[in-house]
Each structure stands twice: as C-alpha cells, then as structure tokens.
Design a protein around this ligand. Sequence first.
Ligand code: EPZ
Length: 428
Amino acid sequence: MDKLRIEGQHPLRGVVQASGAKNAALPAMAAALLTAEPVELRNVPQLMDVRTLRRLLGSLGAAVEQDGDTVRIDAREIGNVEASYDLVKTMRASVLVLGPLLARFGQARVSLPGGCAIGARPVDQHIKGLQALGADITVEQGYIVARTATSSGRLRGARIATDMVTVTGTENLMMAATLAEGETWIDNAAREPEVVDLARLLRAMGARISGDGTSQIRVVGVERLHGARHRVIPDRIEVGTFLCAALATRGDVTVTGADPGHQDALLDKLSEAGAQIETAADRIRLRADALAGGRPRAVSVRTTEYPGFATDMQAQFMAVNCIADGTARITETIFENRFMHVQELVRLGARIDIDGHSCIVQGMPRLSGASVMATDLRASAGLVVAGLAAEGTTLIDRIYHLDRGYDAIEVKLRGLGADIARVTGKGD
Ligand code: EPZ
C-alpha cells in the first residue's frame, strides 16, 4: 500500500496549476448518458474516481476515452442500465447515473451506494425527487430499481423540495428533469459551483434550465438533448488545500487556473488567520512569509452549504489551526462523522478535543512528525497539510484515499519546494 513520506517545515514557494474539479467532472460525465451524441469534456482531472466512472459508463455500453485532461463519451449504444455494486461501492457518486438513465431509457438499476467513513450518506432525497417526477422505485437486494410509471414512458415535470440541501441530489434531479414532460421546480437546491457548471453543460446540450446557483432551479423538459463540448471548472477544494498548505508552512504560493469567485468563505478565513491574499481572474496568491510571530492566528469556522465554508475544507483548515496562535472552534454541520482526522492530528502533537459536532483546537507552537493513517479523502489532505508543517518525518498510510481526489498531489507539492515522496509499501 502506497504511503507519503514528508519532511516538514519547508516553506512552500512558487506557482502551481489547479486541476479540474472532481465534483464537477463526475456529474458532467454522467450527463453524457442523456444524449446519443458525443460529449467532450476538457480540464477533467486524472483521478481514481474519474477512472472508476469511466469504467462504469463503459459497463453500460458507452464508448469512453480519455486523452490527458480531455474525456470523450459516446452514449449512443447503451445496452445495459444496471450500475453494479462492485463499481458503485468504490465510488458513491456513481449514483449520478440514476437520473440520466431513467430520463433517457425509462429504467435504471443502480446499486445503493454504501455509506463511507464520513457518514451514512443516504440517497433518500434522490429517490423521493425521482418518484415525484413519475418514477416507480423499489429497493431490491441492495439495488435501486427504477422505471418510469407514466403512460408516455417519460418522466413528467413536478415541483420538488428536498428535505435538506443535497449536491448530488440536486444534480441527479436536474439531469432527470431535462427530458421530462413539462416544467420542474427544484426548491432547496444546492448552490455549489459544481451544480452551476453542470447546468452550463446541460444548457450547451439543449436543456432549458434557469435558477442554477440559487436555491430554486427551474427546468422545462425537452424531447432530446444533443452533444456538446465543455470545459470543467477548477477544483476549488484542491486550490483551498494548496492555500492552507502555504499558510501552514509560512510560504508564498500562487495557484493558477483557479476561480477566486468560488472561494470567498475560505479566503475570508485565511485572511483572518493572517495570510495576505491577492486575487486575479484566474489565480490566487497567498503570502504568509511575513506572519507576525511566525504563526497564523487561530480562526473558528462552521461548515455549511455553499456559499458558506465548505465541509470539504474542514480538515485542511483544522490542520492550520493546529499550529496557530490561540484556540479555535471548528463545527461540522454537514456530515455526522467527519472528524476521523482528529486522532491522527493528535498523533502529530495537536491539542484537539471533540465536543459533539465541534472540535476545540488549541494551537501549538509546533507539531512533530509521526506515522499516521488516512481515513477518507479530505482527512488525508488535512494530514498532508499538517505533515508539511510538522518538524521531522511524517509517514501517511492508506493514501489511496488521497488519490481519489487529488491528481499527483506530491508532484505538485514538490514543485513548490516540499520534501515529499510516494513510498510504495510492501503488502501492509
Ligand atoms: C457532495 O456529496 C460531494 N461529492 C462531497 O464531496 C461533499 O462533501 C458534499 O457534496 C457536501 O458538499 C460530490 O459532489 C461527488 P450531499 P453528496 O448530498 O452530494 C445528507 C469529496 O470529498 N443527505 O450534499 O453526497 C447527507 O447525508 C466529497 O469530494 C441525505 O440525508 O453530499 C449529508 O449529511 C465528500 N439524503 C447532507 O445531506 C440524501 O438523499 C449533504 O449531503 C442526500 C444527502
């Protein structure tokens, strides 16, 4: 099993290019199932999860090829509408094929995605919304079995309000509604940039969608969609991870290919912690080489849906607070078990107490390198940030979690002066 070995305390300096957003690329790839014409996506990150979804689309009969950061999908010949457990269990975002398959073929059989380290991750809102659109859905032997229950065989537009804001739930329902008969309203919709990016692709394919980016999305169904070419937005979480690493190591880093407009909440918090932030249309520079007293200030955060502070940035920002001057409270409101990184950070010398959905982080002058274990994608990123700041050697195990969401992170960090290498473990 691969590990990452980090020799900490090297200030990160220089320029790094952001990759495309994993959480925009995945729904965009699923959207290609809505048409019999080719869809070309550019700026797609080369990640484990993208490879998994390529395999899944291939298993349905789509022709999928990736050339660098360009993915071409031709879903003309879909002969199978079943997304099997062995693929879905490795990536819960596979549930995003449910809406498109149902909308275009009138049926779908998608394995229930299991839970994961950060929570139960139910998909009841996806199911409830599709039923409102006229689908007959049962759960049989761990599979969601869905078929359109209308005389025309097509879904029919409806007014849907999800019980909570759900990103992939909004995306699944928006995709399904594009081919439904009539008008659909999605209330309590997610406002994430990745939802807006998907709506942009769907409009390029001929869908009639408005309100994306607000909590109320309107879709007027059309008979069919056509192919399109689309460039995926930058990965705001990868960008945020590099910015946290720059602050934690008192560096000076510019991230290019970024969209500062997606990062307001994070940039506010990084500035509050003492970082100097400069932004331009496609780049963000963070300077922390002149931090007063050499340490960031402790800053409390509360994760909420976009445009609030992203839950996917919680672990990385906690790592910064571990070496900050002062005490911070970090509250996680989205997932029920997203503090798996806390005990690993404590192994590095952090002082953190868990109090229900909050953590109290007492900043320490320094962390000391140790062996730690990754438990989920963004927890791993938090451990990387902490390892880069710690004195001595940090060895992070089970970094396959990291590879799901970061495109060769150690190569990019080495380019910024980090002393970091991938160590191939023998069997353990
Ligand atoms: C998306 O997951 C992201 N994944 C997650 O990123 C991200 O953490 C999350 O949104 C929140 O921003 C992708 O976009 C592929 P939700 P998603 O549905 O859509 C509950 C990463 O690190 N809920 O917005 O699965 C749910 O349990 C990943 O890249 C239901 O109860 O998240 C959670 O508490 C991790 N029933 C809350 O809503 C449902 O039917 C928000 O979940 C759906 C969700």
